[in-house]
Ligand binder design. Structure first.
Ligand code: FE
Ligand code: FE
Ligand code: ZN
Length: 287
């Protein structure tokens, strides 16, 4: 069964609002931030919304095990200068996941901002071993585009981090098609990518995949997402990834850009289900 959804907003009715938005897109999973990704302001979680959301999910066959939270991107575990802040904020996010009944949290590994990859990776490992001490939430390290001093743009770097994490039950990977391309991977033969991951890390660590087209060429190290079929990856390439049997059990999450302030997800999901590119997609989104 295709498990597909998109990024949705937590700001209206919290988890309940997320579920309603996802259902409106024809999705059977979703991803959200528990608050603005660029600041530390967080609403108090209303358990009534959560309870209602769980009922609504059950009613619509959405498995909460396929739902993911994205950690705020102001968290940088690689940078020693603000690890105290990052550890406490990430711990708070983990607690929020627990309270919401969500067990997967996607995290950008971090940027070493000049101290070097090796030291950056060590800092990430040390922080992860602290925050993962008493939780059943799994942190999924996202593969990055390699912008600036970002860590995690190669499977080797991801592997080094996972090696250092003591509790392997609590660590996983979230692939991102745009990031893989921008990092330099040729994803037109996705089986080869999966073989490489399986070889170097183990395919069982992959627990989520972000599905985005890219505005840039392979190895551009840019990280600019495009709508499905409108970027350099192309529609057929992305469809082949989405329907690859080896990752059929893994949730696919769209993080494609809004078109004139309108969410594209309902139309992109339809296009993906139909396996047919819709040249007129953007007009349909806007109108
Ligand atoms: Fe991300
Ligand atoms: Fe992503
Ligand atoms: Zn990105």
């Amino acid at each position: 069964m295709l498990i597909i959804g998109s990024h949705v907003s937590f700001s209206k009715e919290q988890l309940l609002g997320c579920v309603k938005e996802a259902l409106g897109y024809g999705a059977n999973t979703f991803m959200f931030y528990t608050g603005a990704p660029q600041n530390t302001m967080r609403s108090i979680i209303n358990d009534n919304f959560t309870l209602e959301a769980m009922f609504l999910m059950k009613e619509n066959n959405i498995d909460y095990n396929n739902v993911v939270v994205h950690a705020p991107y102001i968290i940088n575990l690689a940078n020693i200068k603000n690890t105290d802040f990052s550890i406490s904020f990430l711990t708070q996010e983990i607690n929020r996941c627990e309270q919401l009944g969500i067990n997967k949290l996607i995290l950008h590994p971090g940027s070493h901002v000049g101290i070097g990859i090796e030291q950056g990776i060590q800092n990430i490992i040390d922080c992860l071993n602290i925050v993962l001490k008493n939780t059943n939430v799994k942190i999924l390290l996202e593969t990055m585009a390699g912008k600036g001093t970002e860590i995690g743009s190669s499977f080797e770097e991801i592997k080094l981090i996972i090696d250092g994490v003591l509790n392997k039950q609590n660590i996983g990977i979230c692939l991102d098609t745009c990031h893989l391309n921008d990092a330099g991977y040729d994803i037109s033969n996705f089986d080869k990518i999966l073989d490489e991951i399986d070889d170097k890390i183990g395919l069982s660590y992959v627990n989520c995949i972000h599905i985005n087209d890219s505005k840039n060429e392979q190895a551009a190290h840019k990280d600019r997402h495009d709508n499905i079929g409108f970027g350099t990856l192309g529609f057929n390439n992305i469809i082949n990834i989405i329907y690859n049997q080896r990752i059929s059990h893994i949730p696919k999450i769209l993080e494609t850009p809004y078109v004139e302030e309108k969410p594209p997800y309902k139309y992109e999901i339809l296009m993906i289900k139909n396996k047919k590119f819709d040249q007129d997609l953007k007009n349909k989104i806007v109108n």
